[in-house]
Design a protein around this ligand. Structure first.
Ligand code: CO
Length: 218
């Protein structure tokens, strides 16, 4: 039986050739050590591949993706990745990137039952409950605004987690950036929020939410 994935293996062979043609030592150097400056926390969505969007090679961005780019302190997977990124790799910039047309965010806005995923998107639904003003917007706008607010929420969760609290208390330089990506044109939108060690986290989060609201209601 022919291998239905043979073309992917072939793609890989060509990709290795292209990279080693530019730098014969590329994989040898990477095998010894990864030293990325950035961590990406994004959605699983196939249209939002971390490395490609920001033009980085293997070894340059440490990636965690889940449905809806959610950061929860009881998610061992996400928290382990964040801990490794901050404490072992000493990553300088953590990026939470949401995207428009996000299935998880859209699902959080309808009143249908989706099965298991409803447990996962429950924290996103809470954002809507806390922001009843969203319901006055038309549907498409509600979805966009929720993608933006979700990024701010997850940046806030990240800033509150033990790993970041400890890193900042010890003077480690690590920033958190909240971005939104537009799948329609491939562009990252203006920074939604940015937190630094000595910044007033709560004030910055509130200001980011207020700015999203002001833009949305006009
Ligand atoms: Co998504």
């Amino acid at each position: 039986m022919p291998d239905p994935l043979a073309h992917l293996i072939e793609n890989n062979r060509r990709w290795v050739e292209t990279i080693t043609a530019q730098d014969p030592e590329f994989f040898g150097k990477l095998a010894k050590q990864q030293r990325p400056e950035y961590m990406w926390i994004g959605c699983c969505d196939s249209r939002v591949p971390a490395n490609e969007i920001i033009g980085l090679l293997p070894g340059e961005v440490f990636v965690h993706r889940n449905v809806g780019n959610v950061v929860l302190s009881n998610d061992l997977n996400c928290m382990s990745a964040v801990q490794y990124a901050v404490e072992v790799l000493g990553i300088r910039h953590l990026i939470v990137c949401g995207h428009y047309n996000c299935g998880a965010v859209n699902a959080s806005l309808d009143d249908m039952a989706h099965g298991l995923i409803d447990f996962w998107i429950w924290p996103i639904k809470q954002i809507q409950r806390r922001n009843p003003w969203i319901s006055s917007l038309e549907k498409g706008r509600q979805r966009e605004v929720m993608c933006e607010l979700n990024v701010v929420e997850q940046v806030s969760n990240l800033a509150e987690c033990k790993v970041l609290r400890r890193a900042w208390a010890e003077g480690q330089l690590v920033d958190i950036h909240g971005w939104v990506y537009d799948v329609q044109d491939g562009r990252l939108r203006d920074v939604v929020v940015q937190l630094e060690r000595d910044g007033d986290t709560r004030a910055l989060i509130s200001a980011a939410e207020a700015a999203i609201r002001a833009r949305a209601v006009g």
